[in-house]
Design a protein around this ligand. Sequence first.
Ligand code: FRU
Length: 487
Amino acid sequence: QNLNEHWRPDFHFSPEKNWTNDPNGLIFLDGEYHLFYQFNPFENKWGHMSWGHAVSKDLIKWEHLPVAIPEDSVWIFSGSTVIDKNNSSGLDNGNGNCMVAIYTADYHNGKKEAQYLAYSNDKGRTWEKYAGNPVLDLNAKDFRDPNVFWHEKTKQWIMSVVLPTEYKVLFYGSPNLKNWNKLEEFGNQGDVRKIWECPSLTQFAVDGDSTKTKWLLMVSSNGPEQDFAGVQYFIGDFDGKSFKNDNTPDTKLYVDYGKDFYASIPWNNATQNQKLMLGWMLNWKYAENQPTFPWKGQMSVPRQIALKTFPEGVRLTQLPVEQFTPADSYRFFEKKDFVHTKEKLLNGSTLFAKNAYIIEADLTIKSSRDFGFKIAQNLNKEGKATQETIVGYDVKKQQLYLDRTNSGKIISPDFASVDKTFLKIDNKRLRLKIVVDKMSVEVFANDGAVAITSLIFPDPKATAFSLFCKKGKIKVNSLKIWDLSKK
Ligand code: FRU
């Protein structure tokens, strides 16, 4: 197989080599963001599941560390980590910040899955598996992805964990991470077309107001479109025992409307007003077909998440963390207040040359029906695009879309898709943030009210960038571009 490092993301995490899927055990400790991830240490395909490990100080550059938790007689499936500050588990050797991983052991002959512990007393560098494993075992074939946090009000650890084929999240409580007692369960609501995986429960101050708290329950399962995995969420209250959904059981809410965002979990222990998450940027449907070598799989941009009040209720919003768009970056370009018609290459700038940038656009619709950006264009001698990815807004349908039907290599029959979502805009104003990194596009609209994340495999020469406007005009109030390519 050929090396194809030209698709290697510049500022998104990808393993140096071999396979990754879900992010695991996201946690912040002493200035370091830890990213553990589902990893095959031996091959560029799923198998031998272990926890890979990387750390970052800024969420942009990642330092690769050795495998944290390797497979043994069981495979190490997804889970979370916590810092056991008060040594409730007795696993701390006196350093005061024992990191405990709670993960699923998969008895990879299909027999069963149970919850295990491992712990580290040196900030995640070396790990011991807990001698008393399993800590939670129902003798169930499918029972996985524990996500744990400390619930201050009831002074206990809370675990969310799924029975995937029953579309259920079970909640457990524990004083010490070792003994777990069942609280309540929640399920068979929202989208139940596909199995449920990777649950997480997080408390938020709605609209930043600490007197209005709500809980976000994320579950990886089906995407908005039939047959594609994705992440859904529920908003409600959690009293330390049960989760009450604010919406009707048939309400379906999705985290992302693209095809390549899955298994997202929040960061534990991040500073108080920092709520972050990150997801796997791929899809089980064609994950094995990804034409990258020597690695397969990468993570999304780390996202700042919040709950905000909209006319239809409280909803999740997400934006790339602000570290990516510093106000004073020297690799920065801005153009302001111009009216735009037809289609124009944005030139005079080499910012697009490496397909690794973030765009922030503030647009006002004048009379256009369909407008946006064309990314990773391959132009022929006549200047016509033979390849491109389109991020646009269809005014009549009120739809934000990402069209990758002609984006480059089509890696499976259903890869050539137009991913879209309804988006109502006020005052004819659309604000977009678009994150492009070699083989992926993440679109965030109107301060993160909706997101679309999709992979693309453009030709290495496909790096042109255009503004387009079908019929009529748009006004570009401002267009900012940050070049994030590795120099
Ligand atoms: C989700 C998932 C998890 C499981 C892991 C195995 O993508 O199927 O449910 O723990 O991947 O790699």
